[in-house]
Ligand binder design. Sequence first.
Ligand code: BG6
Length: 503
Amino acid sequence: MDSVNKVAPTVIVIFGATGDLTWRKLIPAIYNLYLDKWIPENFTVIAVGRSNQNDNVFRQHLHEGVDKFSRRGKSKKKDWDAFSQCIVYHKGELADATTYSGLEKKISQLEKKWKTPANRIFYLAVPPVFFEQISTKVGTSGLAQNKKTSRIVIEKPFGHDLESAKSLNRLLHKMFDENQIYRIDHYLGKETVQNIMAFRFANALFEPIWNRNYIDHVQITVSEQLGVENRGNYYETAGALRDMIQNHIMQLLCLIAMEPPVSFNADEVRNRKVDVTNAIRKFKYDDVHKNAVRGQYGEGWVEGKKVKGYRQEPDVNKNSTKETFAAVKFQIDNWRWQGVPFYVRTGKRMNESISVITIQFRPVPHQSFPREATGNWQPNRLVLNIQPAMGIRLRFQAKRPGLEMLLHPVDMLFNYSESYTSGTPEAYETLLLDIMEGDSTLFMRADQVEAAWEVLMPIINSWETNPSVNFPNYAAGMQGPEDAEALIAKDGHNWIVMPPEPE
Ligand code: BG6
C-alpha cells in the first residue's frame, strides 16, 4: 500500500498494557499501520504495566495477540522482529510518582536521540476507575506540558451518567486543552461508518430527499450474538443503554441526521453532530415507558449451542435487573426531521450479529397501478450495512418480466468486497493514525458526550427507579423481547431485517 507518512516522531505510552484491549486491538492495529508504512521511523511504544516483565517476554505475548487478532492473520517473522523492537515495557504502579518520572526519563532520552521533541500520546487503556488518577499524574508530572505535541486518549465508557461525565471533563480540562483530548468511540473508526458521510455529502442525489418530506422513519439495529462473556463486573454497572446507545448508536444517529458540514474541520463536523444531539427530544418521566423498552436474556440457543441466561453469567447478580437489550424511539425536533421517528435497538445474545441502518422512504403519493400489480409493493428503502456485511443497498420497485404488469422489489447493491480488493483497516488503525496526526474529527468532544448523556438520563433514571419485574424476558438467540416489536408496531411499522445479499 502506498502511504504518505505524515506522522512526526512519536511515543505512545499505553497504560493498561497487559490488558485485553492492548493485546487484541491496539498492538495489532499499530502493527498493521507499521506494515502499511504509516509509522514514522522514530517511533516507540512504552507499555506500562504493574507486573514484572522483560521486554522480550512481553513482546512475545504481544506477538501471539497479533497472530490471533490481526486482520492480516499470522505475522511474518521478519516483519514482527523488526517492528517489535519499537516496543518497550515499563514496570510501574499507577499511583507512584516514580512511574511517571521514569517515563519522562525514557521519553527525554528518545527525544535526545531523535534530536526533536516527539508527539507524546498517553493512551488510557484501563478501566474508568483509573482515568482520574492517571490523567492527573500525567498532567501534573509535566509529561504533557507541551500542549502542541501531547495528547491523552480516553477509552469508553466516558462517565457513568451526566454528572460523572461532566466531572471527568472538568478534571481533564484542568490539565489538557480540549484539542489534546481524544475520547474514543471505536464505531467512528469503522470504514462503513465513515462512509455514511461520504455517501451523504459527496453525492448530490440523496441530500434533497433526506428529510421529513421523503423519509418515513429510520431504524438502527446493532445486535450481537455474544453474551457478556467475562465482562459481568463491568456490564452490571453499564447495561445496554450505557454500553451501546449512549455512544455508538447515538453516533450513528448523528451521522444520519446531521446537517451537511461546511468543511471537514474537526470542530465543524462535531458542531453539526452536537446540533442533532441537542435537538433529540428529552423524554418526560411519564413518557419513558411509551418510547423505550428494555430486555434481559434468559438461557437459550445460539447457533445450535445452548447458552446461559444473563443472570447465570460469571460476576452477574443472580437477581440482576440490568438490561441486556434496549430499544428506543427517538424524535428529533428540528425542521428536517420533525415527525420522523428514529427507532434504535441493541442487544446481547440476539439471533444474529449485525449492525445496520435502514432508511424507509414514504410511500408513493398516489398508486396508479391496479391492485393486482401491487401485491408485492414496498416503499423505497435504503439499507446501510455496517457489519458484518459491508455495503449499501437501495430497494426500489420494478416490473417483473412477463406479459403481466406485476411490481416486484429489486435491489441496487454496493458491496465492499466486490468493489474493492484492498483490505479494510480496522477501526483502531484509523483512530490511532488520526491521533498520531492530531486529527480529532472522529473523536467525541466534551459537549457531545454530555449532550448524549442528557438524552439518555430520563430513561436511565426511570429504569433505575423502577427495576423491571419480568426479567429475563427474551430467550438467548431470539430477536429481543416482544415489547420491542410492540414499540414499533404501534406506529404501524416492524423491525426490518433484510439479508445482506438480495434474495
Ligand atoms: C463495545 C461494547 O463498546 O462495543 C461491547 O462495550 C460491544 O459490549 C462492542 O460488544 C461491539 O463492538 P463491535 O465493533 O464488535 O461491534
